[in-house]
Design a protein around this ligand. Structure first.
Ligand code: NAP
Length: 324
């Protein structure tokens, strides 16, 4: 494993992290969840990613149960708040009330007395930035979180929130979590210049575009049973964002290039994300230890300029901003 700094901040995170969306505590049974967590740890993964909303708390519970067997000081835990956790008017968003209540609930589910990063899962236009920034500062001063961050906030809002933090003499955010893959390159132009400037580290999600970049979804074919795309409880994002014949065809080109290099397509797609110094860690999502072992190989794959140019050619930078 290799470790990288989180922007300008002190802690080192494994450049490959383990996620828990649609997998741990949801798609994977207890044994597979435990085996995945243990394998990741044994291979040097210290960064484990979750959210209160993943399987409505179940991902945190299962993750916490199995991480409890490991030394807390070896682990770097990130969880999130914002998505609805109930039907009440205060059961969602980034108000001080919801942040404080959900932080306590997450710590209880995880069985931990602090998390390393607490993250605003999306922006909340109903809550002033001052309130959210101060709520994070209060949690940090109470020893419940060490750093805070955001996921999928537009760059101008990040700059504004950090300016508010400085005005309040509160800590600025340390971590950003964007979607980033060969099929979603927008952060290169829309986010990384800002996070580099602010000293914020990026831990990027969906590096395989929900499995599309493994090449297992073939042109002209429906998804095989057992895959994310075939499961109506898991496939809303892959179907809405990536499910085109063109993407399936491009993924086959990626497979051919990977074969010429003697590596797997997933490994190549993940190593491509890691080539950016703005990326502190790439979060893996896997439904078996076999997938995890394949994807972890990305850590040792150095890409030549020729390979990067070939991938730029196959997956050019998009010109338009997506509405997601
Ligand atoms: N901040 C946010 O809003 C946000 C959003 C999404 C995710 N995340 C975080 O990022 C993590 C990763 O996201 P993601 O799960 O979307 O990542 P991904 O790497 O794009 O997709 C993972 C899925 O692809 C398939 N897959 C992975 N490796 C494979 C391999 N070697 N061969 C074949 N299939 C393979 C598996 O699904 P099947 O086996 O079921 O086909 C796996 O669950 C999440 O767990 C979560 O912690 C954060």
């Amino acid at each position: 494993m290799k470790y990288r700094k989180l922007g300008r901040w002190g802690p080192k995170v494994s450049c490959l992290g383990l996620g828990s969306y649609l997998t741990i505590g949801f798609g994977c049974d207890e044994d597979t969840s435990r085996e995945t967590i243990r394998t990741a740890y044994d291979r040097g993964v210290n960064y484990f990613d979750t959210a209160n909303a993943y399987a409505r708390g179940e991902a945190e519970r299962v993750l916490g149960r199995h991480l409890a067997e490991l030394p807390r000081s070896d682990l770097f835990i990130l969880t999130k708040v914002w998505a609805p956790m109930g039907d009440g008017p205060n059961d969602l968003g980034l108000s001080a009330k919801h942040i404080r209540e959900q932080c306590d609930a997450s710590l209880q589910r995880l069985g931990m007395d602090y998390v390393d990063v607490y993250m605003c899962h999306r922006p909340d236009a109903d809550t002033p930035l001052e309130e959210t920034v101060r709520a994070m500062e209060d949690l940090a001063r109470a020893g419940k979180i060490l750093y805070w961050g955001i996921s999928e906030w537009p760059a101008p809002l990040i700059v504004k929130a950090n300016a508010v933090a400085r005005e309040l003499n509160a800590r600025p955010m340390a971590v950003s979590q964007p979607r980033y893959s060969l099929l979603y390159r927008y952060p290169e132009t829309l986010l990384y210049p800002t996070t580099d400037n602010e000293g914020i580290g990026n831990v990027v999600f969906s590096p395989l575009a929900h499995g599309m970049l493994t090449g297992k979804y073939k042109p002209g074919e429906e998804a095989a049973q057992g895959t994310r795309a075939a499961d109506p409880t898991k496939n809303s994002v892959i179907k809405a964002m990536y499910w085109t014949e063109e993407n399936k065809r491009k993924a086959q080109e990626l497979v051919s290039l990977a074969e010429q290099m003697g590596v797997g397509a997933a490994e190549l797609a993940i190593a491509w994300c890691l080539r950016k110094p703005s990326v502190s860690s790439v979060i893996l999502g896997t439904t078996s230890t076999a997938q995890l072992e394949q994807n972890l190989k990305a850590v040792d794959l150095e890409l030549s300029d020729d390979v990067i140019a070939a991938l730029d050619n196959m997956f050019p930078q998009p010109q338009t901003v997506p509405q997601v």
